[in-house]
Ligand binder design. Structure first.
Ligand SMILES: Cc1ncc(COP(=O)(O)O)c(C=O)c1O
Length: 392
């Protein structure tokens, strides 16, 4: 029977053996075998990167992580999903699995700052060159590709700045040139957009965010195509990336309500944006909401929905008054790691943004990244309204 993904997320991976609604948390380093022969047979399979239903050692996972992988594989519609201890580890796993000395990686300028650092600083040590392209220009991306390009790395939308790219064009171009493609899909998640289905080879999601959804776990997922599976498996096997059974369980629990939460984040966000558009002190809203905008059209082309993360730009000569606006918010926590149930706000320092090659804030403009949580949106609007008055 074919089920919608909403039903699948609720009904998948019950523990029939223990007659339990949820899979067991299997914490294991040692895995027992009936005989040496059985052990060696499994080891042979694992050593060849053949997928198995259980492992010979806990570093590869347990029944709990396999349960999570089974759910994610369906959600992502991918060949396989690797699990990591953080979202950033999934970024590293994707890049380190495919890039080798002498290679070049063409990377969009708008990626998450630690990804920018990894590619520009760590990869340099391994003689892999990072070349930045303007996320607003497909022509610029094409220009940056050379015979040495091994990987095109995209983050969509851009971190803090919310540029949307024509993902289908990027994938087709890369395929013609036999270049691997990776995307950080944390904002949209595979619930709203399935990169592997579109043709990406590697799709990263920080499960710390919406997949787990409760701000109490750190985890990463790397969905892959069949083409790169063995490469990633090999690197993963030799580098010891792993997600604990307890954290895998928490991500499974989060996934049960992913559809409800994401739909509500979206509904609340659109309601709040409607109000924000009428506020003179908010100069710009970075989110795909304006139907006439390029961002909206590109978002609509590939996504079935939008999550709760956006940025606003405020123009003011008084930086301290913008700080006061953020500090005065009662329902928005000042902190990182969006994608949980609650609302957050952070001021993004222009110097940090300045590290980027194709994005800059105009003079006296301030960028605040906001995550809209699951609170009553009217309460969030009232909170924003009260604090906005501090901006001079
Ligand atoms: C777009 C994006 N990718 C990856 C990460 C890294 O995820 P984690 O914090 O789970 O390491 C983050 C974290 O904020 C992020 O925003």
């Amino acid at each position: 029977m074919s089920k919608s993904i909403k039903t699948f997320l609720i009904s998948a991976e019950k523990d029939h053996l223990n007659k339990s609604a949820n899979p067991a948390i299997v914490r294991a380093s040692t895995v027992y075998f009936k005989s040496i022969q059985e052990m060696q047979k499994l080891q042979k399979k694992i050593g060849k990167g053949i997928k198995t239903n259980y492992f010979d050692y806990g570093r590869q996972g347990s029944q709990t992580s396999i349960a999570l992988q089974n759910i994610l594989k369906e959600l992502e519609q991918s060949y396989h999903v690797f699990l990591t201890q953080t979202g950033f580890a999934a970024v590293a796993l994707a890049i380190m699995s495919v890039c080798r000395p002498g290679d070049e990686i063409v990377i969009s300028d708008c990626v998450y700052r630690p990804t920018q650092k990894l590619t520009s600083q760590l990869l340099k040590e391994f003689n892999v060159k990072a070349i930045w392209y303007d996320p607003n220009s497909f022509d610029d991306l094409k220009k940056k590709v050379t015979k040495k390009t091994k990987l095109i790395y995209v983050e969509n939308p851009g971190s803090n700045s919310f540029e949307f790219q024509d993902l289908g064009k990027i994938v087709s171009f890369a395929k013609r040139r036999k270049i691997y493609t990776a995307i950080d899909n944390t904002w949209g998640t595979a619930y709203f957009f399935k990169p592997i289905k579109l043709g990406f080879d590697l799709s990263i999601t920080s499960a710390t965010k919406y997949y787990s959804g409760h701000s109490d776990v750190m985890a990463g997922t790397l969905a892959v195509s069949k083409k790169v599976y063995k490469k990633v498996w090999w690197y993963n096997h030799l580098s010891g990336y792993r997600l604990s059974a307890d954290d895998a369980y928490l991500v499974i629990r989060g996934l049960r309500t992913l559809s409800l939460r994401l739909e509500k984040h979206q509904e609340n966000t659109l309601k709040i944006i409607k109000w924000m558009t009428k506020q003179k002190k908010i100069t710009k809203i970075l989110y795909p909401y304006k139907t006439s905008s390029k961002e909206y059209k590109l978002w609509k082309k590939y996504y079935s929905g939008a999550s709760g993360l956006l940025s606003i730009i405020i123009k003011s000569k008084s930086k301290s008054s913008v700080y006061k606006f953020v500090n005065s918010l009662k329902l928005f926590g000042i902190g990182y790691s969006w994608g949980g149930y609650s609302s957050l706000a952070v001021y993004n320092h222009p110097v940090e943004m300045g590290k980027r090659h194709f994005f800059n804030l105009e003079k006296n403009c301030h960028l605040i990244r906001i995550h809209i949580g699951l609170e009553d949106p009217n309460d969030l609007i009232n909170d924003l309204k009260k604090s906005l008055k501090y901006i001079k």
